[in-house]
Design a protein around this ligand. Sequence first.
Ligand SMILES: NC(=O)c1ccc[n+]([C@@H]2O[C@H](COP(=O)([O-])OP(=O)(O)OC[C@H]3O[C@@H](n4cnc5c(N)ncnc54)[C@H](OP(=O)(O)O)[C@@H]3O)[C@@H](O)[C@H]2O)c1
Length: 356
Amino acid sequence: MRVEAPGGFLVLPWPGGGGGSDPALDLEPVEEDQGGLLLRSGALVGLILICVTVLRRWIAGGVCRSPARLDGKTVLITGANTGIGKETSRDMARRGARVVMACRDLTRAEQAAEEIRQSTGNGNVVIRHLDLSSVYSVRQFSKDFIDTEDRLDVLINNAGVMMCPRWLTEDGFETQLAVNHLGHFLLTNLLLPMLKSSVPSRVVTVSSIAHRGGRIDFDDLFSSRKTYSSMESYRQSKLANILFSRELGRRLTGSGVSSFCLHPGVIRTELGRHVEGWFPMLGTLLRLPSLLLMKTPSQGCQTTMYCAVTPGLEGQSGRYFSDCEEKEAAPEGRDNVVARKLWEESAQLVGLKDTC
Ligand SMILES: NC(=O)c1ccc[n+]([C@@H]2O[C@H](COP(=O)([O-])OP(=O)(O)OC[C@H]3O[C@@H](n4cnc5c(N)ncnc54)[C@H](OP(=O)(O)O)[C@@H]3O)[C@@H](O)[C@H]2O)c1
């Protein structure tokens, strides 16, 4: 039974609602209704897919479009067994470079290296042991590297630790500042002669947008006296990355070695492992949103690759990048006085007499 309602709308009878309706007559509107429902669902799914695609493209950010080949070049990447460092290693290997993956866990490093050799067909991917939390390890690594490698074209200071508890390293340094900044500071300085003999060469340091609001607390760098905040300590270490890269660029002006620093985006990696440790359910809860809202590690290595291989960036040495373009660091990351003071303090802490 079909009833014409005011306004021309079709009022359907309640299914099985009796009223002696003719089943043959009822069939047509039900099919119409199912067809309309299907159409509307299809349109909704399509719209969601378009929105997700647009959102994913936007989240992915910039892409390194340089086709530069790196045959005959040597690239050293710290923290290369996972996350951004692993994907950077893969991209470098694809471009034909000799890739040295500097990692503290050689078992995981070899697994990652083998996967990269297989996926790129580049057998010139090697692993070396480096624990950035140890001054001894950094010195040992650098000596072995200089003794056995011929050149160093790109150094990528990528390894990092975020928001761990207040752990002290064997040298008595707070871990985040030690690994993220001091280890890389020492490594770069020890390898500088090799970078200089391979010019034009580059140092790329992976920082973070977390440098905003950070402060270098020269009176208490390792939170020995104040209450430790893992977030503030991470901020300090990432600000230190930017100030170090800036000061390095300034000191190396005209040398043929360029220095770049970057924020890679927000990426699905193992970086949050210490935060997840505090809230065991957090990882599970964030799994689905993170699939939608975070970059993949391969997307996350694009700005690193951009800074490492794009021709003609030398004039921007010392600057800060994000999404494959130069961006302005926060004011605290542009303070040359603090940058110089941090350099001198860092040299003293790691026992470096001669810096550039
Ligand atoms: N993921 C993001 O959203 C994001 C955002 C902004 C900046 N970043 C920066 O990006 C860089 C890479 O992080 P990621 O996201 O790829 O994190 P990840 O997946 O946790 O990778 C970090 C790498 O650093 C290594 N590492 C940690 N401590 C080390 C030490 N003492 N000596 C040598 N290597 C050490 C880790 O080795 P193990 O596996 O042995 O621990 C690992 O290979 C970091 O500098 C981070 O601050 C990341």
